[in-house]
Design a protein around this ligand. Structure first.
Ligand SMILES: Nc1ncnc2c1ncn2[C@@H]1O[C@H](COP(=O)(O)OP(=O)(O)OP(=O)(O)O)[C@@H](O)[C@H]1O
Ligand SMILES: [Mg+2]
Length: 325
């Protein structure tokens, strides 16, 4: 069995837009991302608003067609798959979204929402079998059989996210891409849903791509963490290396802004100058250079190559070797 479940190679998503200054141009929302995810691994993806996290999720699931690059799932190149072929693939890869209220059809009962994928994929023939599976799925996410008759508006945010998770689980996927699954929830409810996701991962050997702007949430659930800036990764590492020894100046700045309960662990907050540039006008060289206090001439000219810090840690920064402890 192949150890690598998902391979993404130089994936690009350029949205066509029209601007006043440039006329017809592109938003480079995903600008060449390459990474692998091992079977059973959870890859956390972090970055500020607009850096392309949701675009990455949607593109990998092919809910939008990639502009360029390659997506290989479980050894199968799905990049060019059409709608019909993707139908089979959706049994392997599912998405959970941030706002369960927007992603659950308000006119469908919970039963219909959870049963829909079972019916579409013809996983069960008889009504009795579908009923039993729906109830089993609801129990697995901590809901009760009687909830099946109710409608999404009758649930709390956390419960609605459980319904979204039950629906994603219905087809027994290998990979779940969760796009900010707990960001709309209260902090206490966030940890309940995160714990549920951890339990389900154990139980089913699931592989997660877990997208969030919240570094603490990502730290809780991930094995590996990738930091995105303007459509590409600046750093990727096993969780411990990333949080203990961040190398890229952007990662260092993001982490310095995370509140730490223990005063001994508190670091001086690094304030980044300037705003994130527009993905329509991406800076030349290293995209981060206009905001980087360590910027040198080469940073303004050349796109940084990938620098390996250890087997499980790499960085895209011209000065990576210097910054690595
Ligand atoms: N359909 C679209 N057409 C044009 N531009 C788009 C479209 N969807 C997203 N964008 C742009 O692409 C960039 C990446 O957007 P995306 O939603 O992937 O970011 P994100 O990291 O998920 O942000 P957030 O944390 O706010 O959810 C942004 O500049 C956004 O404005
Ligand atoms: Mg998003």
């Amino acid at each position: 069995m192949n150890d690598i479940l998902l391979q993404v190679k130089d994936l690009k998503q350029y949205y066509p837009v029209t601007t006043k200054e440039q006329g017809k141009t592109f938003v480079r929302a995903l600008d060449g991302v390459t990474f692998d995810v091992k079977r059973g691994e959870t890859l956390g993806i972090v970055g500020e608003s607009g850096c392309g996290k949701s675009t990455m999720g949607l593109t990998i699931c092919k809910l939008i067609e990639p502009t360029d690059g390659q997506i290989v799932l479980d050894g199968e190149d799905i990049t060019k798959y059409g709608r019909k072929q993707m139908r089979e693939i959706r049994k392997k890869i599912q998405m959970v979204f941030q706002d369960p209220y927007a992603s659950l059809n308000p006119r469908m009962s919970v039963y219909d929402i959870v049963a829909e994928p079972l019916v579409i994929h013809k996983l069960f023939q008889s009504k009795e079998d579908i009923d039993a599976r729906v109830i089993e799925l609801l129990r697995q996410v901590g809901l009760d059989a009687y909830h099946a008759k109710r409608y999404p508006h009758e649930f709390s945010g956390g419960q609605r996210q459980r319904i979204g998770i039950a629906r994603a689980l219905a087809v027994e996927p290998q990979v779940i891409i969760a796009d900010e699954p707990v960001s709309a929830l209260d902090v206490s409810i966030q940890s309940q849903v995160l714990n549920l996701m951890c339990d389900l991962r154990e139980q089913y050997g699931l592989t997660y791509l877990f997208i969030s702007h919240d570094l603490s949430v990502v730290e809780h659930i991930s094995d590996t963490v990738g930091v995105m800036y303007l459509g590409s990764f600046v750093e990727m590492a096993d969780k411990k290396s990333l949080y203990d020894n961040p190398v890229h100046p952007y990662t260092q700045a993001l982490l310095s802004a995370v509140p730490k309960p223990d005063p001994r662990e508190r670091k001086e907050k690094i304030i980044l100058s300037g705003n994130i540039p527009s993905p329509v006008n991406v800076p030349k060289g290293c995209k981060f250079h206009p905001r980087c206090k360590y910027c040198t001439d080469i940073c303004k000219e050349a796109v940084p190559e990938r620098t390996q810090i250890s087997d499980s840690h790499y960085v895209y920064c011209h000065r990576a070797k210097e910054f690595a402890k």
